[in-house]
Ligand binder design. Structure first.
Ligand SMILES: [Zn+2]
Length: 247
């Protein structure tokens, strides 16, 4: 089979036998794949220091006719994000982002946009740039890219358009905002000030690069956290194992 090349982020590795490694990676062009790196645990020139979890790499691989597992031919390190590995809190955030990526984009579903998002979010976290904001941005963008954007244009229960005035509530079952006439604010239907709804819209709609620092005040951050957690839990289930380490 023809060799394929792509940038990729290493999500997980597992030992196989005495010298091989099974590598799960999210590639820019082909999505989430698993590959066999033969001899990677012996000194192998084809994989020098590149098969570490969360590393950004250039991968060359070939598909196999009878197996889901691809052959990894070579791997070259682009960026290792060393800052993440030295800090448990940063590692927890990165693990959470990886898990969300895998749930939203399971095997063989490519999304170059999602790849770029994960890549820049890991970069920001590794440089300890506004890690809380980065996580919020990642959650909002990832859900949108995965097809689960929050609808903030109107109340999903009565249909009244939201004109950016007054508090709006987030309603997880509809993935949309609802008005105060239709629902009461609670942990299950968290509320947002107009500024928070506005920031959420920005996060979902623009091609916002994570490298430009977007700062929110504490109140917006707190509200967005509650809304996105409720949204993600409802859509992706409680299966996000790493979520508990964020609290
Ligand atoms: Zn309503």
């Amino acid at each position: 089979m023809e060799p394929k090349k792509s940038e990729a982020i290493i999500l997980r590795t597992r030992d196989l036998g005495e010298s091989d490694l099974i590598v799960t990676f999210f590639s820019s062009l082909y999505g989430n794949l698993k590959g066999l790196a033969r001899g990677a645990r012996r000194s192998s020139k084809r994989f020098v220091n590149s098969l570490n979890i969360l590393s950004l790499v250039d991968l060359e691989f070939r598909e196999r006719r009878s197996s889901e597992l691809v052959w990894l031919d070579s791997c070259e390190l682009i960026e290792g994000f060393p800052g993440i590995r030295s800090d448990y809190k940063l590692l927890s955030r990165a693990s959470y982002m990886v898990e969300m990526t895998e749930i939203l984009f399971p095997s063989n579903v490519p999304s170059p946009e999602m790849f770029q998002l994960l890549r820049s979010a890991l970069g920001s976290i590794s440089n300890r740039r506004d890690t809380e904001e980065t996580l919020i941005m990642f959650q909002a963008r990832a859900m949108k890219i995965g097809g689960f954007g929050i609808n903030s244009s109107k109340c999903s229960l009565c249909g009244r358009p939201y004109k950016g005035k007054g508090r709006a509530l987030f309603h997880p079952p509809s993935g949309s905002i609802v008005c105060l006439a239709c629902e009461k604010e609670s942990v299950l239907t968290p509320g947002m000030e107009p500024d928070t709804v506005h920031v959420l819209e920005q996060l979902q709609s623009s091609d916002l690069s994570l490298s430009t620092t977007l700062r929110f005040n504490q109140e917006i951050l707190r509200e967005l956290k509650g809304v996105l957690m409720a949204h993600i839990e409802h859509r992706l289930g409680k299966s996000l194992r790493s979520a508990k380490y964020l609290r």
